[in-house]
Ligand binder design. Structure first.
Ligand code: URA
Length: 184
């Protein structure tokens, strides 16, 4: 494990641990405050993120930004990263070997940021951080604590694009996050 984000970035820059490296335009490392209290973990880059090298800049990300505005989260104040750093083709789910090759980078990012709260965006994030037995429908909106970190699973922002009604849950979950963060 590396001590600084620069070192992790350096370690990942020519990564070829899995097949996703073949078609990537950019590694989508992560952005934000490296000392954030709140960290968001998504699934993996889409086409826009791959093109720009920044997480959550496409349609789902723009919707997430709007939700941030509603509840008063500044994107620059939090840290945002993904389970896999390179784009899975056609936005398919990342495969287990890809996740296994990549997850230590994320673990290292968490170790450096030391967030008090981690928001798990969607099933892939939830199941690869808390465990395969967790279901997103049953877990979203609930707090889970592990080793001093509070986890809030919620819908992936792309799910809100498909189902408007999920926006209400998403905002509610973010409000919970704000409330908890004010207690620290
Ligand atoms: N979806 C994700 O899970 N992550 C991104 O960075 C963009 C879309």
């Amino acid at each position: 494990m590396y001590e600084t984000m620069e070192e992790v970035k350096n370690a990942i820059k020519d990564c070829n641990k899995c097949k996703l490296c073949a078609k990537r335009k950019n590694i989508v490392f992560g952005v934000g405050n490296e000392n954030a209290d709140i960290m968001f973990i998504g699934e993996g880059p889409g086409a826009d993120e791959d093109a720009q090298g920044i997480p959550f800049v496409g349609k789902a990300g723009q919707l997430m930004n709007k939700a941030f505005d509603v509840v008063g989260i500044e994107r620059e104040e939090v840290y945002i990263a993904n389970i896999v750093k390179c784009r899975p083709p056609n936005n398919r789910d990342p495969e287990q070997d890809e996740i296994l090759g990549c997850i230590n980078y994320l673990r290292n990012q968490v170790m450096i940021v030391k967030p008090k709260i981690i928001v798990l965006l969607g099933r892939i994030s939830l199941q690869n951080i808390l465990g395969k037995e967790y279901k997103i429908t049953a877990s979203r909106g609930k707090w889970f604590e592990k080793k001093g970190i509070f986890y809030m699973p919620t819908w992936h922002p792309a799910a809100l694009l498909r189902d408007e009604t999920k926006k209400i849950d998403f905002i509610k979950d973010l409000e919970e996050v704000i409330k908890k963060s004010s207690e620290f």
